[in-house]
Each structure stands twice: as structure tokens, then as C-alpha cells.
Ligand binder design. Structure first.
Ligand code: MG
Ligand code: MG
Length: 249
């Protein structure tokens, strides 16, 4: 069942979204050579706590990190740890935070120093997938219009669209209906209605779309070792069009 939010609930989710967005911005400052992913997570926790927000992922189905931090060929669900960032890496910082009972969820993939031109293209394309998908998040469109937009843009550039993990509705629960796949046919799936709140999150690989789960039980990596990008925003469907709840603008 899709849970529609009232204007009052959307206002709270916007507050939550600004906190999540600022936590991402805080993390960005430490996505530099020499920092460990655990050090970045500590800065995120410090920020969220200072705002009275709770990290959504900590303890979720037993996840031990404050946020998911995934480097290079790690797609999603990286557990913060001793891994040190190097010049030329890319690092995906995925943060969920709960504030006044409502979750928001956002991810950015940051460059660590200068990266390969092919990686630049992957980042630019994945960001484009997200923003074009958000533009489709309008009353009367369907989930498939979002899915199809992401898939078309990514595959046109020769990149692989991850099939095994998808976006989701979000609100009082971190994961709500409907699923928001990054692939599929336009004009299919649930119809978008005012009050829907969704985490739209293209996960795009430089190579094949195939992924596997590491022995740690969490980290998802590309099967072929190619790098992967992940951009995510929490978006509300409104009568005035899509509103990015996790934007700082
Ligand atoms: Mg996320
Ligand atoms: Mg998400």
C-alpha cells in the first residue's frame, strides 16, 4: 500500500531532508585522500546527532554503520571501516536520517582528487539519470516513466543499470511501497499521486549491470570490477510538480 503524506508531513520530511543533505555536504569535506571511510562516518554521526536526527541505517536489519560508504567497484551498502581513500577513487556516500519520526534518504558519489575521464562521464551520466527521473515525477505519470528514463540515459552511454536493487517509497518507514526500479517500460506501474514520497536512486556501473554480495554480508560490488556510481534524492510528488526534499536549494 502506498502511504500518501499530508502537507504537514511533507513539511517535516523537508526538515529531515535538509538535515540529510547537510550530512552529505559534511561528508564531502572528508572524501579526500588519506581519510578512512570510518572517519567519514564519524563526521556524519556527529552532524546528525547535533541536529537531533537519528541515522536510519544504523541497526537496520543488523547493519553496523551510520551510513553506507562504497568505494570504486562497491555499488552500495559499504560498511564504514579502515579502508583509506586514495587519489583517483570515487566514493558513494549514502545517508538516511530520521527526524521527528520521518526518514529521508540521499546519496552522492564524490571524486577523490582527479579521476579518469571515463569515470567523470559515469558520474555525470548517473547524475543526469537522477535529475531527468525527478523531472518525470509528476502527477499522472507512472513509476515506469521514472524507470524507463534512467535506463535509457544510462544505456545510451554504454553503462550497466543495476537490476538487483531499486529505489523505494519512504516516510515513517525507511522502505515503503512502491519499488522504484531503474529499468523498465514507460507507462507501466503505479500511477504517481500527490503526497507520494519516493527515494529515486540510480545505481549505474561503468561495465556490466551484474553485481554480487561480499562475504561481509552487505557490500554489493560489480561482478566485473568496474566502478559504480549512486545518486539519490528523496522526492515528493505535489500539485506544483516534484519537490526534492533532500536538496539544499
Ligand atoms: Mg540511500
Ligand atoms: Mg534509498
Amino acid at each position: 500500500m502506498i502511504i500518501l503524506k499530508t502537507a504537514k508531513e511533507l513539511a517535516i520530511m523537508r526538515e529531515s531532508g535538509i538535515i540529510t543533505a547537510n550530512a552529505i555536504k559534511t561528508a564531502e569535506k572528508y572524501c579526500k585522500p588519506g581519510y578512512t571511510t570510518k572517519q567519514i562516518a564519524a563526521k556524519i554521526e556527529e552532524y546528525l546527532t547535533s541536529k537531533g536526527a537519528v541515522p536510519s541505517f544504523l541497526g537496520y536489519r543488523g547493519f553496523t554503520g551510520v551510513a553506507c560508504i562504497s568505494v570504486n567497484d562497491e555499488v552500495i551498502h559499504g560498511i564504514p571501516g579502515a579502508r583509506r581513500l586514495n587519489e583517483g577513487d570515487i566514493v558513494s556516500v549514502d545517508i538516511g536520517s530520521m527526524y521527528k519520526g520521518y526518514h529521508t534518504d540521499s546519496s552522492y558519489t564524490f571524486k577523490v582528487g582527479t579521476v579518469d575521464p571515463k569515470i567523470e562521464k559515469l558520474l555525470k551520466t548517473t547524475k543526469k539519470c537522477l535529475h531527468e527521473a525527478i523531472a518525470k515525477s509528476k502527477i499522472g505519470n507512472r513509476v515506469g516513466d521514472i524507470s524507463h528514463t534512467v535506463q535509457t540515459i544510462a544505456e545510451k552511454s554504454g553503462f550497466g543499470v543495476v537490476r538487483d536493487y531499486v529505489g523505494h517509497g519512504i516516510g515513517k518507514n525507511l522502505h515503503e511501497s512502491p519499488d522504484i526500479p531503474n529499468f523498465g517500460a514507460a507507462g507501466r506501474g503505479a500511477r504517481l499521486m500527490a503526497g507520494m514520497t519516493m527515494a529515486i536512486e540510480p545505481m549505474i556501473n561503468a561495465g556490466s549491470e551484474k553485481v554480487f554480495r561480499e562475504n561481509d554480508g552487505w557490500t554489493i560490488k560489480t561482478m566485473d570490477g568496474s566502478v559504480s556510481a549512486h545518486f539519490e534524492h528523496t522526492v515528493a510528488i505535489t500539485h506544483d510538480g516534484p519537490v526534492i526534499l533532500t536538496s539544499l536549494e
